[in-house]
Design a protein around this ligand. Structure first.
Ligand code: PEP
Ligand code: MN
Length: 338
């Protein structure tokens, strides 16, 4: 942190700011300049109290120099995070595919999805048992029955399971079944949930809030890391903008930027990012080219009959076509589709 003094700040004001910094248990470093003085602040604590320096006489500005997220920052941890999930892994050198219906609807459809995916080298089935729906009257997911179907599907096919957690009370039951716990866009800043997941035994897929900045997203990840769970996957799923030609605006530009600031893997969800099945493959290809470490794609055996998010779900044929189109891009980028 750096306190920038006014050009006409007096020596007494500079000393008063330094004294206050010491009082807050930090160390001030006075840096005289030709037109003004700056005071660098060092110390290991959180940022408590430092913002109030802004109010002191003679202070022009207080500038943060290092990132507020320490554990997930690349500043402090250069090596990119990678870890195994079920029969695959996530991290550098690969693009990890996760696919499946928005919600688990019945045993047959979820099993058909898992069988197709395993036969095509897709090792993670993503399906919701607990669904965050905008309307309280809409289908809320099969709940524990959905978990049971996911577990059965894993036992039959060996596929890994990614599924959403809405409530701290459900975490224990969900982590008994899931290989990855998804936090949806609406819960990115549900700090009680993030704190609980920081104690979870499974990795967390943290979707970006629909109006969250990169810093807010990384601070949410920091909550999970701070409690001891370092296995975190970030997922861009589109943000709210004035554009209404797609359901959300898939912010692909955040992929290289996020990867610059954090060592965590960053994946993309072009399904929620576009809301329309016909545009999903183009954005999946673009996300891969932008450096996404994985893709989350909604797939349904019969999208026209899906209970939720049918409009953005690919049918099996479209999914296979998309995979075929991704392969040459993955080859060119020297990453493994896995
Ligand atoms: C989902 O993945 O089906 C979902 C509800 O996503 P989001 O939280 O991104 O809206
Ligand atoms: Mn969905």
């Amino acid at each position: 942190m750096l306190v920038v003094m006014n050009a006409n700040a007096t020596p007494a004001q500079i000393e008063a700011v330094s004294a206050r910094i010491r009082e807050l248990k930090y160390t001030p470093h006075v840096i005289p300049g030709p037109t003004r003085t700056a005071i660098g602040i060092t110390g290991n604590k959180g940022a408590e109290g430092r913002d109030s320096l802004r109010l002191m006489p003679g202070v022009e500005d207080v500038i943060r120099v290092t990132s507020p997220y320490k554990l997930v920052s690349r500043e402090t941890h250069q090596q990119l995070t990678e870890f195994p999930i079920a029969q695959t892994r996530i991290g550098p050198g690969g693009c990890t595919l996760m696919a499946g219906p928005c919600s688990v609807e019945n045993e047959e459809m979820i099993l058909r999805c898992a069988e197709l995916f395993m036969s095509r080298g897709v090792k993670l089935l993503r399906g919701g048992a607990f669904k965050p729906r905008t309307s309280p009257y809409a289908f809320q997911g099969l709940g524990d029955e959905g978990l049971r179907l996911l577990e059965k599907t894993r036992q039959k096919t060996g596929i890994g399971i990614v599924t959403e957690v809405l409530d701290v009370l459900d975490v224990e039951r969900i982590e008994a079944v899931a290989d990855v716990l998804q936090v949806g866009t609406r819960n990115m800043q549900n700090y009680a949930l993030l704190r609980r997941l920081s104690q979870a035994r499974k990795p967390v897929l943290l979707k970006r809030g629909m109006a969250a900045t990169l810093e807010e997203w990384l601070m949410a990840a920091e909550y999970i890391a701070a409690g001891g769970n370092r296995r975190i996957i970030l997922c861009e799923r589109g943000v709210r903008t004035f554009s209404d030609h797609t359901r959300n605006t898939l912010d692909l530009s955040i992929i290289p930027v996020a990867k610059h600031y954090t060592h965590l893997p960053v994946i993309a969800d072009p399904s929620h990012g576009t809301g329309k099945a016909q545009f999903v493959p183009s954005m999946a290809r673009a996300a891969l080219a932008a450096g996404a470490d994985g893709l989350l794609i909604e797939v349904h055996p019969e999208p026209a009959r899906a209970i939720s998010d049918g409009a953005q779900s690919l049918d099996f044929e479209a999914f296979e076509k998309m995979l075929a189109e991704l392969r040459p891009i993955a080859d060119a980028m020297q990453v493994e589709l896995r």
